[in-house]
Design a protein around this ligand. Structure first.
Ligand SMILES: [Zn+2]
Length: 595
């Protein structure tokens, strides 16, 4: 294990799990536990539960579970070590030197953030100095005032090969750190040079205020690349980052305006829309969608009307829908982007665009219509069919009726016929899902698809008993001393549960509280499974020493049965014959004794 027991205990003591999770999830008291809407999947009724007793959490809906460290890993997208560091910083505990745990040449996340933060300061200073004149001129032309520039920390990467490299080296950063931070590269001549040159630098700041990287726009239109963005570093993952969320999350709108680039988002802020954000690169990822779902229930998608923009819009609707966020689609007509729109027509006109934005249903139906030539009857019929199919996939009868009305308007087919078409498709779709669910249910009961414990399909009963034994021990580790004589690694039939037992035995022997994320030894799926065993026992009353002993007894019986089966199959038919012969002999001698 990388960190000492004492250090991990301190991290747990100083980061109250309820208080930590409350920062992300609105929790309500439920008996001795707390519950809320799961941050790992989309749900309308809470199945996410926090257990103060074991300082763990578990979602009875999607099966995500773990402790404070794994929670931070999941929601902040960090590795084990960085999550521990995050919690240490949060509680003001100095990091423990973890010795050999980290390869010597690996650059640490906090060094990357420190270098990037210093670079942002350097770029801002350059912007307000004489060398930043052309950059200031550009920003003025785009209508940004000094307040907006300061709020976003916008800066200027000077037109020089190595001014940033020299500055950061003088501040004690090593070439290795500057390369890992995506700020500098080493040239063929062995010298460091700057990656961002003669560009407007937009700092990429996460919701906690940490500077993680830059999106840098060219100043010279002859430069090949319009934007140079920080690629993934130990501190930054592009697919998990939303630009402007650090400011937009404080807006009272309850909605976000999603733009294509940083410049668009900043321009909207300047015009008074403090809820504008952007992704780097066009389409939204599922990780970004989850992040967005934490601060908004509606997102206005504001992408270009070209093909790339359209497919990004469709993908955004789908991914946001999966996390329960409503999409609305902005129509800017002939105008390219929101910035240009506001320059041309003003902020209040843009407000009207927001109000007039079409919902996802309307957008989708119009998209389908646009793919067909509706003046040709056959094409119209096919379009009608596709629209009904889409409408039939919507949940809720009222929603489907609204769709039918719209389909009738778009195609000229009567409302009655459209409504019938939609309901027919809805019926087909529901039959398909029922069938799929039945198959899935049967397979799950048989243990198919259990990727964590692959022995479940072979040993369903034993797996279940093992989970109860482990569950009780994870809730009441002090009970282990009462059964340590009978319970060993050999008692377990399934590899996974044996591994779990071995992993926590040290804690069990000491009779102390279990640390689920122990040294990052388990994958998130494995950790969730263990949290699930614990949660199952926390939800029942009887976790007594007696029931633990009883479960261990039945596990012994399962073990004997399995050993016997293995024995028979190994020795084959001959063994079976021998066995029958033995039975007969026993019977005879018994009869003889009686006679
Ligand atoms: Zn969940």
């Amino acid at each position: 294990m990388a960190f000492s027991q004492r250090f991990i205990e301190e991290i747990k003591d100083r980061n109250d799990i309820v208080e930590l999770i409350s920062k992300y999830v609105a929790l309500k008291r439920a008996g001795s536990n707390m519950s809320g809407l799961c941050p790992f999947h989309n749900e309308k009724t809470p199945s996410f539960t926090v257990f103060p007793k074991t300082r763990s959490y578990y979602c009875f809906g999607c099966g995500a579970g773990g402790d404070a460290v794994s929670f931070v890993m999941g929601l902040e997208g960090l590795g084990y070590r960085d999550a521990v560091e995050y919690l240490a910083n949060r509680a003001g505990i100095p990091m423990e030197d973890e010795g050999e745990a980290r390869p010597r040449d690996e650059v640490r996340r906090d060094r990357v953030i420190a270098a990037t933060t210093e670079a942002a300061r350097f770029f801002y200073t350059a912007l307000v100095s004489p060398q930043g004149a052309s950059a200031r001129e550009y920003l003025e032309k785009r209508g940004l005032d000094s307040l907006t520039v300061r709020r976003f920390g916008i800066g200027y990467a000077p037109d020089s090969w190595d001014s940033l490299a020299r500055h950061l080296t003088s501040k004690g950063f090593t070439p290795k750190e500057l390369e890992a931070a995506f700020l500098c590269r080493t040239g063929k001549n062995g010298k460091l040079y700057d990656i961002f040159r003669n560009r407007i630098a937009f700092p990429l700041i996460d919701p906690s205020g940490a500077v993680l990287g830059f999106s840098a726009r060219r100043l010279n239109e002859a430069d090949e690349r319009k934007y140079v963005n920080t690629s993934d570093t130990p501190a930054f993952k592009k697919s998990k980052f939303v630009f402007g969320l650090n400011i937009a999350k404080n807006s009272q709108e309850g909605s976000l305006i999603m733009c294509e680039g940083c410049m668009d988002a900043v321009a909207l802020h300047q015009a008074g829309f403090s809820n504008a954000v952007a992704t780097l690169g066009t389409a939204i990822t599922s990780e970004q969608a989850r992040l967005i779902a934490r601060s908004a229930s509606t997102v206005y998608l504001c992408y270009d009307s070209d093909n790339a923009g359209k497919s990004a819009t469709l993908k955004g609707i789908r991914l946001l829908g999966e996390v329960g966020v409503n999409s609305r689609i902005l129509n800017l007509g002939e105008v390219k982007d929101p910035d240009e729109y506001i320059k041309k027509y003003g902020a209040s006109a843009f407000k009207r665009v927001l109000a007039d934005s079409s919902g996802q249903i309307d957008y989708r139906l119009k998209e389908i219509a646009a793919n067909f030539n509706l003046s040709i009857p056959e094409e119209k019929l096919r379009a009608f069919d596709r629209m009904c199919e889409y409408a039939g996939s919507r949940q809720g009868r009222a929603e489907r009726e609204i769709c039918a009305a719209r389909i009738s308007e778009l195609t000229g087919v009567s409302f009655t016929a459209a409504a019938e078409g939609v309901e027919r498709k809805a019926h087909l779709a529901s039959r398909k899902t029922v069938k799929e669910q039945e198959t899935k249910g049967i397979q799950e009961a048989l243990g198919f698809g259990d990727k964590v414990n692959r022995d479940r399909v072979r040993l369903p009963a034993a797996t279940m008993i093992e989970e109860r034994v482990l569950g009780i021990l994870l809730v009441r580790p002090e009970l282990y001393s009462t059964v340590s004589a009978t319970l060993t690694e050999d008692s377990f039939l399934t590899d996974f549960n044996r591994k779990v037992f071995a992993l926590f035995r040290e804690d069990l022997e000491a009779g102390r509280e279990i640390t689920l994320s122990k040294g990052g030894a388990l994958t998130p799926e494995e950790l969730s499974r263990v949290a699930g065993m614990q949660a199952a026992r926390l939800s029942v009353q009887d976790n007594s020493a007696d029931s633990l002993a009883a479960y261990i007894k039945s596990l012994e019986r399962e073990k004997m049965k399995a050993d016997y089966d293995a024995d028979i199959s190994a020795r084959g038919v001959a063994a079976l014959e021998e066995y029958i012969a033995k039975l007969k002999k026993d019977k005879k001698s018994e009869d003889g004794n009686n006679g």
